[in-house]
Design a protein around this ligand. Structure first.
Ligand code: SF4
Length: 139
C-alpha cells in the first residue's frame, strides 16, 4: 500500500460519514461540473445549470432521483479528478459522484452498467489522455 492510502474497514460507516460531510461542505457553486471533461460525452448535461446539476447529484446521494442532467453526469464520470482540482471547498466531488452512483444503483434510480457501456466510457476517457497517434493505434 502506498503513502497516504488507508484500509477502509467499515465501508458503510464511511459512506454515511462522507455523505454528511459532503452535503454540509458543498456550496453548490457548480465549479466541479464546469471543470468536468466528461460532460462532453453525456448529451443530457448539455446546457444544464451547473449549480442545479450538483444539487441533483446531492439529491441522488440522499436517495432521491435527481434530474436528468445529474443522472447523466453521474453515469458519465470517468474519474478524471478535474472536479477535485476545481473544488474550492475540499469536498472531493469525485468521491461524491462515486457515492451518488452507488446509492442510485442500489435503489434503482440509476442503471447498472454492462460491459459494452464500460468500454465506451474507457474510450472516452482514453481520448483525454492519449496522443492522436496512440488513439489511431489503440482505439
Ligand atoms: S463539490 Fe465543490 S466545486 Fe462542486 S459544487 Fe460543491 S463546493 Fe462547488
Amino acid at each position: 500500500m502506498g503513502p497516504g492510502e488507508r484500509v477502509v474497514e467499515d465501508w458503510s460507516s464511511l459512506r454515511t460519514t462522507e455523505r454528511a460531510r459532503m452535503t454540509e461542505a458543498c456550496t453548490r457553486c457548480g465549479a466541479c461540473f464546469a471543470a468536468c471533461p466528461m460532460t462532453a460525452h453525456a448529451p443530457a448535461t448539455a446546457g444544464a445549470d451547473a449549480a442545479a446539476t450538483v444539487a441533483g447529484v446531492l439529491g441522488i446521494l440522499a436517495g432521491g432521483a435527481g434530474d436528468a442532467a445529474a443522472r447523466a453526469w453521474v453515469m458519465a464520470c470517468g474519474r478524471t479528478g478535474s472536479c477535485n482540482a476545481a473544488c474550492p471547498h475540499g469536498v472531493n466531488p469525485m468521491l461524491l459522484m462515486r457515492l451518488a452512483k452507488f446509492e442510485g444503483q442500489e435503489n434503482g434510480t440509476l442503471p447498472k452498467r454492462g460491459a459494452a457501456d464500460a468500454m465506451s466510457r474507457v474510450k472516452a476517457f482514453a481520448r483525454l489522455t492519449l496522443t492522436e497517434e496512440e488513439q489511431r493505434s489503440w482505439l
